[in-house]
Write a protein that binds this ligand. Structure first.
Ligand SMILES: [Zn+2]
Length: 455
């Protein structure tokens, strides 16, 4: 009989943090899962930022299909900035009411590509019950009315849907989610909901999203987060095991995939990406946050993406820029260029390239770069920050002295994957959703099969 499946996403958990946690004995729940399952590392998408990553995990598609380009981006049709919550100051700078609507509602109802299928939609269309707590990519077919009286707009999520005390498909008695973010109250809320769901065995598939580790890693750096937050993350996982009556009973009933959406790397310096483009300020919109940025050409701009790319030559804050030229992608680094496009043969080698391959020596870089550039909501120029650097957000905030992510570099891009009781060959975070569907015998969307031809 097919076991039910719990997908645990620990935001910002690096492979090194998971490996050390398991070896040190400080994280008994993680160690228990590791002891019963198989472990590997996988790659994230570009930019390695949570809205892009969670959309990729939930849809099994890259940004080319799911169309979420960044934490902050320029909406060409509506001629405005979309901001999904880089920081409180960034929300305020983008216009608080609009930014909150974009983050909570529009990302799922309007921005997430119509051609993408979420894991909840795919499973529930086959009669299974999906549950989700706090995961910000939640699109499903069940209408949920908010539980807070001053919000009136409904959201469409899976049947069992819990979102930061704002949407709750069932009364669970979980404490208010956002009362003490730095103290871990978001994951305390998630674990109370998780305990309720597991106690009732109230789902076939459950997406359990824990975000407090990433929050701590931004503040304290990826190493510091291991001291501050990992024990709490582990306790949130232990809560599920306990709710089932112990680890054996839990694993008897559920298969598990545990992974993160992206890594983090230490950042020492912050810059304003637009300060490198002041000569072209009238022709572009710059959106930047964490360790990735995008530059959009305004209609009638008298510059092109190549000119913009050249303005970053010798800029210590930028490692690589990416752009499209006709049917080719162009990566530029230190004034040198690599051109690439999917191989016409469709073979597994995948790519026709010219130039020095070392320009994109990052994990799975050609695939990730191509998918990011093929997103119609992406800027004409994509920017990946140099190690140690971060781009200040719309509100001027950054995490210098702590940690960040978003770039192509390995530390931002490689994630740990643990699977228990499920045959999940997860090499990329976009492999998770197809593995879940396969576990339940549900067919994957056509874009999953298409992707394999360009491996
Ligand atoms: Zn983050």
């Amino acid at each position: 009989m097919t076991k039910k499946l719990v997908l645990i996403v620990v935001d910002g958990l690096t492979p090194a943090a998971l490996e050390r946690a398991v070896e040190s004995g400080r994280a008994p729940a993680l160690a228990l899962l590791a002891g019963h399952g198989s472990y590997r590392r996988a790659t994230s998408v570009f930019p390695s930022l949570t809205p892009v990553c969670l959309s990729s995990i939930v849809t099994g598609a890259g940004p080319d299909v799911h169309r979420i380009p960044h934490l902050v981006w320029w909406h060409r049709d509506e001629r405005r900035i979309v901001e999904y919550g880089s920081s409180f100051a960034a929300l305020r700078a983008a216009g608080m009411a609009q930014a909150i609507t974009d983050t909570i509602f529009n990302m799922n109802q309007k921005h997430l590509g119509a051609g993408a299928v979420t894991v909840y939609e795919a499973l529930e269309d086959e009669g299974l019950v999906a549950a989700a707590v706090n995961i910000t990519c939640y699109r499903g077919r069940t209408r949920h009315q908010p539980v807070l009286p001053w919000v009136t707009k409904p959201a469409y999520g899976p049947r069992r849907f819990f979102y930061y005390s704002l949407f709750e498909s069932d009364p669970t008695g979980a404490p208010f989610a956002v009362r003490n973010r730095a103290g871990g109250s978001i994951d305390v809320y998630a674990s109370a909901v998780g305990r309720w769901l597991v106690t009732r065995d109230g789902f076939d598939f459950f997406a359990y999203y824990l975000s407090d580790f990433d929050f701590a890693s931004h503040a304290h750096g990826p190493l510091g987060a291991e001291d501050v937050a990992l024990v709490r993350t582990d306790a949130a996982i232990q809560a599920l095991l306990d709710a089932a009556g112990g680890a054996d009973a839990f694993l008897e009933r559920y298969a598990v995939i545990l992974h993160s959406d992206h890594g983090q790397t230490p950042v020492e310096h912050a810059t304003h990406l637009e300060s490198s483009l002041t000569a072209h300020a009238d022709h572009v919109v710059v959106t930047a946050s964490n360790r990735a940025g995008q530059v959009y050409l305004l209609p009638g701009a008298r510059v092109d993406a190549e000119i913009l790319a050249r303005s970053f030559d010798g800029d210590e804050t930028v490692e690589v820029t990416l752009r499209l030229e006709h049917d080719e992608a162009v990566a530029r680094r230190d004034g040198e260029e690599l051109r690439f496009r999917p191989d016409a043969s469709g073979g597994t080698a995948g790519w026709a390239t010219s130039g020095d391959a070392a320009i994109l020596d990052h994990p799975d870089a050609l695939h990730r770069a191509w998918s990011a550039l093929a997103n119609p909501n992406a800027g004409e120029l994509l920017v990946s920050a140099a190690p140690g650097w971060e781009f200040a957000d719309l509100g001027g905030r950054h995490h210098a002295g702590g940690g960040s992510h978003g770039s192509l570099v390995e530390g931002d891009s490689v994630v740990p994957v643990l699977s228990v009781g499920v045959d999940a060959d997860v090499r990329r975070i976009t492999d998770v959703m197809p593995a879940v569907l396969e576990h339940f015998g549900v067919a994957a969307p056509a874009y999953v099969a298409a992707r394999e031809r360009v491996a």
